[in-house]
Design a protein around this ligand. Structure first.
Ligand SMILES: Cc1cc2nc3c(=O)[nH]c(=O)nc-3n(C[C@H](O)[C@H](O)[C@H](O)COP(=O)(O)OP(=O)(O)OC[C@H]3O[C@@H](n4cnc5c(N)ncnc54)[C@H](O)[C@@H]3O)c2cc1C
Length: 460
């Protein structure tokens, strides 16, 4: 990148916050995937105004600009993939600006870590429910850009359900403010929803106004263990059809349980086929208790071998530690893993599990299955060794077949990780040509020079 542009960036954010040595650039060249791509320069602005000025420099020189939160993304969305460009790291913009207890809202800068925002909000008796497993190492901006989900989204909804307003720097550097504290607002197009899930391709989110709810006072958690993954998957729908909406309904297969147990020594039963973590919550203790008991009864009817209730907060916390540690725990089993994020209609979970098993058997590579089963959102993880070219070739074919399996039962490619780079080739198959054309027109209208996160979502 030429020195003139570096000088302009230094003038905007200060020398300390413009990184361009090879060592610094390497740090910003990857995320939670295998993808890699070096930026030309990284800037760490401290305000919306600074982001706006940086984008104006990029626009004037037609330089790609890639927004980055904590880079925990699982779709290579924050990696420069076309030709370098300016990575805008939002991590210095980490202030919680206002918690309005009267209107139950929080206003925060995009770089706030989600777990920190949650903890601050909970001190006031309010609650921000979206809980991606990466909660301690992802940002509110990244969560909004990917419309992140998590275990609790079964009852409470995804990140987008909590976005009331956004401040967004557009492709020409203008600052758009959209939405606000009114809960109902149909004045014009719903722009906040357009930017939610747009993966940095339509604008850079610098601030968010988020809806809060009352903090549930009671929670009951159970671990239901099943002889087979089929029994566990059938149980998911049986619980929901009974009219109970637990806060979470998380599925883990035997390999996932074994890997967690090997890593964490929590006393999980690794002899059985699968487990469900079920949690009910609310403000009335008796209702919460009767709901978890009803879930336990259904589990027993559908073949659970055991249903263990967490007896205290430590046991409950251990179950969630187990669930949250699946991804790192799987790393002990094989040199590499590739996690997908398909979502299917809930009734199709048993069918898609069967198809995933078939794919695994066909290629001789293990697929570990876990995920937010209550939402029909499964994370099939292929375990393999990337150093073996044959295995890597097989993995690429398996991914295509996993997507086909999801689509064949009426599902979709991604429930929460987004498209980024990795799912681009499958976008048209999933959405159809008309939807892709409409989406391209939106991108063209908002970013005619294609400088915002180019090479993501769409092939060019
Ligand atoms: C162990 C692990 C567990 C995970 N569990 C979950 C889970 O349960 N649920 C889930 O949904 N995801 C999960 N993820 C994926 C990831 O954490 C989420 O996608 C998260 O929302 C990304 O946030 P981030 O701050 O790391 O964003 P990044 O990875 O930095 O960026 C992700 C995308 O958002 C864009 N972006 C980032 N910030 C902004 C901004 N301010 N404005 C515009 N665009 C922006 C980037 O350009 C990129 O396209 C997990 C990841 C890991 C590694």
């Amino acid at each position: 990148m030429n020195n003139q542009i570096i000088d302009q960036l230094v003038e905007i954010v200060g020398k300390k916050h413009v990184l361009h040595t090879p060592e610094d650039l390497a740090v910003y060249s990857y995320d939670g995937t295998f993808a890699e791509g070096l930026p030309d320069v990284v800037v760490l602005p401290a305000s919306t105004e600074e982001v706006s000025q940086v984008v104006k420099v990029a626009a004037a020189n037609q330089i790609p600009i890639i927004a980055r939160g904590m880079a925990s993304g699982l779709a290579a969305g924050s990696i420069p993939v076309t030709s370098g460009g300016i990575v805008v790291s939002l991590t210095r913009m980490n202030k919680i600006l206002e918690i309005d207890t009267q209107n139950a809202t929080v206003r925060a800068e995009a770089g706030v870590i989600t777990a920190i925002l949650q903890a601050e909000v909970e001190k006031t008796g309010l609650f921000y429910p979206p809980d991606p497993s990466s909660i301690k190492h992802s940002t509110i901006g990244g969560n909004i850009a990917c419309n992140a989900g998590g275990p609790r989204c079964l009852k409470y909804g995804v990140t987008g359900d909590y976005v009331l307003g956004l401040k967004v720097v557009l492709a020409d550097g203008q600052v758009l403010e959209t939405g606000g504290k009114p809960i109902k607002d149909v004045t014009g197009y719903d722009l906040k929803s357009l930017f939610t899930g747009s993966e940095g391709t339509l604008g850079i989110i610098t601030e968010a106004l988020l809806r809060l709810v009352a903090k549930p006072r009671y929670a009951k958690t159970a671990l239901a263990e099943f002889a087979s993954l089929d029994d566990a998957s059938r149980t998911v729908n049986a619980i929901l059809l009974a009219g109970i909406v637990p806060a979470t309904l998380e599925l883990m297969d035997q390999t996932a349980l074994t890997c967690i147990e090997e890593a964490m020594h929590l006393g999980l039963n690794t002899d059985l086929g699968a487990s469900l973590i079920i949690e009910t919550d609310g403000t009335d203790e008796q209702t919460v208790l009767s709901e978890i008991e009803a879930c336990a009864r259904i589990c027993e009817e559908t073949g659970a071998q055991t249903v263990k209730m967490a007896k205290n907060e430590t046991e409950r916390a251990n179950l969630w530690r187990a669930r949250r540690s699946i991804s790192p725990a799987l790393a002990r089993r094989s040199p590499n893993k590739l996690g997908e994020d398909i979502t299917v209609p809930r009734s199709a979970i048993p069918e898609v599990v069967k198809l995933l098993r078939g794919i695994s058997a066909k290629y001789g590579l293990q697929i570990v299955i876990f995920g937010h089963a209550g939402d029909g959102n499964l994370h099939p993880n292929i375990l393999f060794d990337k150093r073996d070219p044959e295995q890597w070739k097989a993995v690429e074919q398996m991914v295509a077949e996993i997507f086909d399996a999801a689509l064949s039962v009426g599902g979709t490619l991604s429930g929460e990780h987004g498209v980024g780079v990795l799912k681009r080739p499958y976008l048209e198959k999933a959405l159809g040509p008309i939807s892709v054309t409409v989406q391209r027109s939106i991108k063209q209208a908002l970013d005619p020079q294609n400088i915002l996160n180019p090479g993501k979502m769409f092939i060019s």
